[in-house]
Design a protein around this ligand. Sequence first.
Ligand code: FAD
Length: 531
Amino acid sequence: MSVTERTDVLVIGSGFGGAIPAYHLAAGGAEVVILERGPHLTAPDFTHDLRLGGYTRIVDLVQGDGITVVAGNCVGGSSVVYFAASLRAPGFVFDRRGSLGHRLWPSTLTRAALDPWYDRVEEALPVAEQSWDQVPYPGGLFAAACDRAGRTCNPVPVAVDLARCTNCNWMLNGCHFDAKRSMLLNYLPAATAHGAEIRPLHEVQTIAPATTPGYRYRVSYTRLDAGDYRLPVGAGAIEAKTVVLAAGALATPVLLQRSAPLLGGVPQAVGRYFSGNGDRVSIADVDEGKVRDLLGLERAPGIPYQGFPIGKPIGSMSYDRLDPATAEFTRFSLQQIYFPGITDLLAQATDAPATSWFGVRKKELRARWPSWLSVLAMTEDDNEGVFGPPPPTGSSTRVATSLCLSTLSYRPTANTLRGWAAADAEARAVLERDGLARVRPWSENAAGSVSAHPLASCRMGDDPATSALDERGELRGHPGLFVTDGSAVPTSLCVNPSLTIAALAERACPGIVESTAEEGVRARYGAPVPR
Ligand SMILES: Cc1cc2nc3c(=O)[nH]c(=O)nc-3n(C[C@H](O)[C@H](O)[C@H](O)COP(=O)(O)OP(=O)(O)OC[C@H]3O[C@@H](n4cnc5c(N)ncnc54)[C@H](O)[C@@H]3O)c2cc1C
């Protein structure tokens, strides 16, 4: 039987977008409940293997039509499985106009306006600068190749305790050493220290108007079986004065779509304008002899490189093509990145026809795996992703452990394709110079484009027709219903998005506290950076 409870603030999702408001509201005096779909695991639970039942408990591969997205499914959200590259978005991003031809970010939001909020997040996580000695071998190799091609390259700032990091390269599985500064180590424990309650394995299904006077929303959820997330084991509802929706850019719009008949007046921009952050991954198959002869590198006696799996996943990055003076859709960054062996299947045999996924050439390519270098381009895409009608429950249809089918469809426009072509050309110019490597994009004929950075599916902006949220992150026409996750970010960012998601969530907190206080809750904004 279903029960109804009440709380001041109900937070849906516990990643960056959920954990940060949960902390500020709880520390400010509000009663906070966090409903999280995934399990609550901590460092001892995080394994170093790719067996089903390990990392698959906390990572979802969400397949749409034309795009596959990777996302976290646990307390702490994607911050638990992410690679911790922590970058501020370049200033020109905030002025982007896209193919709609008008400013897509709220006019109040510039890089300068967001900088104080970035400062807070960098302090809270905290973010560390890697020295070249701390950058892993692939990052060093990429930097050497950039240098030889006349490009610049820098170490990437990371939310990692570098003294604790063992360079095990298992970040996707969650950090066994508590070196990666996920939400499990800062905002969430600070929120629970102030009384916030986290309920794992609680999947929200709908948001409706409350029935109790003095409460604004009624949130209904299903409790999920810990061994098979497809099985419901209970249900309930909680009424709240304020709701913070932070289920991630793949789930937030779907929850609102399902809730639309109950809430009424849900903006038409919900579930449209999805961006995969312009993500584009390429594999470089590196010639060890050229590493020695052209770059003069030697990782170990007689071994020039063979270092793909060693280190942290993200080490170095080139910002050369982030020139604000160049045209929109031609700007991008190139980042050295590592994905575990499970994703090998996405790599093409580099000298085979595009359809050659298996067979001898593929095996040969796999045999050279230690000599790969993968590169992530983050480009300016065109917000072309659209969600279809919601599935009966959840945000996608779970067909197996870790594998979900989404209603999201993504058909890259000519603008997006132009950006990817420019990024591909730059990767080749750097890495194929004098035969150092052969570069090919991860195949698109099996999985579509691949993104780990879902954004913009319920975005903020000034134009009500093309943005679902106002500049405070409140859903238009629905006072007290705020969205603070990646779906609120209006456009792709040309860098990894977590720091921007977190800074926007920090920025939204004074308004959320104020809105909650207006409903008679004795809540005040002003908690310090969590320690
Ligand atoms: C493998 C990987 C590597 C990455 N590396 C980087 C990186 O190096 N740097 C970077 O900046 N970014 C990186 N990212 C992206 C970054 O992690 C995300 O952009 C960011 O964490 C998203 O935060 P969020 O709050 O929007 O959503 P999430 O962190 O995804 O949080 C959403 C939460 O809501 C929960 N949820 C969903 N539906 C429901 C529901 N119905 N009810 C209750 N709970 C629900 C989910 O389980 C999840 O915990 C990476 C992502 C992945 C997957």
